[in-house]
Design a protein around this ligand. Sequence first.
Ligand code: CTP
Length: 436
Amino acid sequence: MPTPDAVRTEALSGRKILLGVTGGIAAYKSALLVRLLKRSGAEVQVLMTPDAERFISALTLGTLSEREVLTDIFPENAEGSWTKHITLGLWADLFVVAPATAQTIAKLAHGFSDTMLTVTALAARCPLLVCPAMDHDMYIHPAVQDNLERLRGLGYAVLEADSGELASGLVGQGRMPEPEVILQRVVQAIERREAAPPAASGDSAAEEVVPAPPPADPSLLAGKTVLVTAGPTHEPIDPVRVFTNRSTGTMGFALAAAAQALGGDVTLVAGPTALPTPAGVTRVDVETAAEMHAAVDARADADLVLMAAAVADYTPATVAEGKLKKDEAGLTLHFERTVDILAALGQQKRPGQQLIGFALETDNGVAHAREKLTRKNLDWIALNRANEAGAGFGPGTNRITLLGADGSRTELATQPKPAIARALLLHVCTAGTPAA
Ligand code: CTP
């Protein structure tokens, strides 16, 4: 972590910063952030949500910022000040929300304007930097990650939460980064804003904060059929028991949503999962590997096939008609191989079709994934590490090494699954079919 003195803050001198503080335990760190910003010569206007005042007093932040903290959209004693959010939105060079709770993130993502903080965010013409802070399970919840992804799509910068000990006593990702780290990001955002050409009138200057990816052509997959598989399969043992794996289907569903957003005609063949169908996607529910094979086979001519499902490699050789009763001698089951759906597609691949497989590995990942890429006649294989925090099965984030049939290797850094799904599709669509 940078020490405050190690951060070069000249760029902040005379800059006008709006600091939104929301109701989370990390609000106590906002006091230090205000001090660091003030020491750097910035003017700071604090906006608090009503819940934030349960964690830190307006008096503390008002004293440190040397400005009255604003909470109410309609203060009782200030005639005509109901347009203050507009004035502030024009005044600020940068709007930082730290800490940003799940509640405020959801409101910002969906254009709510019920507090001084959210209404000013809507009115702001400056870049916005959002610093989430919450408990780990809340942070990795797909609803929160979707909202963060939505904010990125709106041009907001999002500072990833840190991992470590949380106020609940749990350990995981969700901590607000230290004020010094936020200060550094604030300096970068201001410097980038200075370097950028002035935004045309009415443009959202917020885009300047995010250096990153060039905007995706929303019609990149227009006219293309896309087949995505997702989730586990359930192989029945008897009427009440199944043989399955830990796949949640999140990655496949994110791929289907991302492909649809890029204009594709998407069919999602889903194993058992409770996930909602992404908008605009045709869903076919299956249970077993054999059913998934049949559903995929019926659509085997798709232009792009993303085989993200964790298909069971084995299925019980016989399914008991009635529930198997307990036997003190134990239970021995005989399994037989299922069809390798992707390898079958690889054998009948037509010119121009792109096949993308997924390999979940624990060791020698690249070597195993390359072997599968060749054996199954694929164009790409996305390698996940099963034994790595923040990757593999489950909601939240993923890290992928994308290997191409041309020998290429591309690292897609750890990011929420909706973002990594989009990055993977952009790479595959823009790199085309690698020559084997
Ligand atoms: N796959 C498939 N049909 C199967 C098993 C796997 O279509 N019966 C697909 C998966 O959807 C994935 C790719 O093949 O896209 C690689 O799956 P993986 O289980 O990692 O590879 P396997 O070939 O099964 O090798 P192993 O289990 O021995 O690692």
